[in-house]
Design a protein around this ligand. Structure first.
Ligand code: SF4
Length: 371
């Protein structure tokens, strides 16, 4: 089994752990997961939930690092992310750094506004857990740009963070929170020099995207979550009101300013979407220079989809294999992303598959899997 296939299966079936590893819970992105390096590849793997207890995969501590086992057979070596050293520091007014930003493997990540206009009402995105970590007291509702900048410098110097990924809950203001997350990103970049991705919903006035670009931000994530309009209406009603064409309009404006491959969108699989519609949407996005970051659903405990399961690995691989050759033909890939989820790739096997396919001598002969 190659590493991309192993990561795909692990992210669909989860991993049992004998010894607890660094993990993240709640939050706005893929969560309830352990943070691992598998054969040197950064990966988030669902752990510590009822359904992962049934996984055939086991993480076992070894003399040096860990091994991933299935039925007693060692499949791969792994290293666990250590508790970052900057987590022991506090701001001058006593806020622990870990409540301001977390280290996801080698990326500093923060949700700068931990509240969302849609949380707790009929517009709440079904996969999202943004309010959970706030309710559990694990974070602060609003991070200040100067605090994020201070934490970023420490994360870079003490723990080797290579970029920063900043997201935000949506506000009811016309900019949807884009300008605040942009200001936070600019502060982080100015203080630390790290490349920064900021993530936000399409603002009402697309000129806001130009203002974010003017702040010196490197990459942006504008996340449609699903290209299937039926699924989008069910799992993210507010995003459905923006509509798929609304996302394309925002992406076009963003690509014009940030460049091809520096604009990305999450595409979550496993919510009942039509795979053909999904692949078609990914390819249309790639055509205009947008990186579709295809990920399996992570059912977060406490989210509206907490009783769901991730999609099977075969389903994920089928979509990955229809998207990767298209990315490569277009010259867009994880390697070209300056910062953020598309650069990190830990929540998907897409990047690992890109690297495997790029290493093959006859790249143009990559089989495109039938739908
Ligand atoms: S817009 Fe949706 S995904 Fe984003 S923070 Fe709000 S509820 Fe969560």
């Amino acid at each position: 089994m190659d590493v991309a296939a192993l990561i795909t299966d692990l992210q669909s079936r989860g991993l049992r752990v004998e010894t607890p590893v660094e993990r993240r819970s709640g939050g706005a992105g893929p969560s309830d997961s352990g943070l691992l390096w598998i054969e040197g590849v950064a990966v988030t793997v669902p752990t510590g939930t009822a359904w992962t207890d049934a996984s055939p995969y086991l993480l076992r501590e070894e003399d040096q690092g860990y091994g991933i086992y299935r039925d007693g057979e060692r499949l791969a070596g792994a290293a666990a992310g250590k508790r970052p050293r900057f987590y022991d520091l506090t701001t001058s007014d006593g806020v622990p750094y870990w409540k301001i930003a977390l280290l996801h493997l080698d990326s500093l990540a923060s949700t700068v506004l931990q509240t969302c206009a849609y949380w707790g009402n009929s517009d709440q995105c079904a996969f999202c857990g943004i309010g959970l970590s706030l309710a559990a007291g694990r974070t602060v509702a609003k991070k200040r740009p100067e605090d994020l900048a201070e934490v970023a410098v420490a994360a870079r110097d003490l723990d080797g963070a290579v970029d920063a990924t900043l997201t935000t809950g949506s506000t009811s203001a016309p900019d949807k929170g884009a300008l605040y997350v942009g200001r936070c990103g600019a502060a982080v970049k100015e203080a630390s020099g790290l490349p920064v991705e900021v993530q936000f919903e399409p603002p009402d006035n697309l000129d806001v995207i130009d203002r974010v670009a003017d702040m010196g931000i490197d990459s942006v994530g504008i996340h449609i979550e699903s290209f299937d309009p039926v699924v989008l209406a069910r799992i993210a009603p507010a995003k459905a009101r923006t509509g798929i064409e609304g996302y394309f309009a925002a992406w076009e404006r963003a690509v014009a300013r940030f460049g091809e491959g520096q604009v990305s969108t999450y595409v979550i699989l496993g919510m009942g979407e039509d795979p053909d519609v999904t692949v078609e949407g990914c390819r249309r996005a790639i055509d205009i220079g947008v990186y579709p970051f295809v990920v399996p659903l992570r059912p977060i405990a406490g989210s509206l989809l907490e009783d769901s399961l991730p999609p099977p690995a075969e389903y994920m691989e089928n979509v990955y294999r229809r998207v990767v050759p298209y990315l490569q033909a277009r010259g867009i890939g994880a390697a070209g992303a300056a910062a953020g989820c598309a650069r990190c790739q830990a929540c998907s096997a897409l990047g690992a598959l890109e690297r495997l396919e790029a290493a093959k001598p006859e790249r143009r002969l990559i089989p495109v899997q039938a739908s």
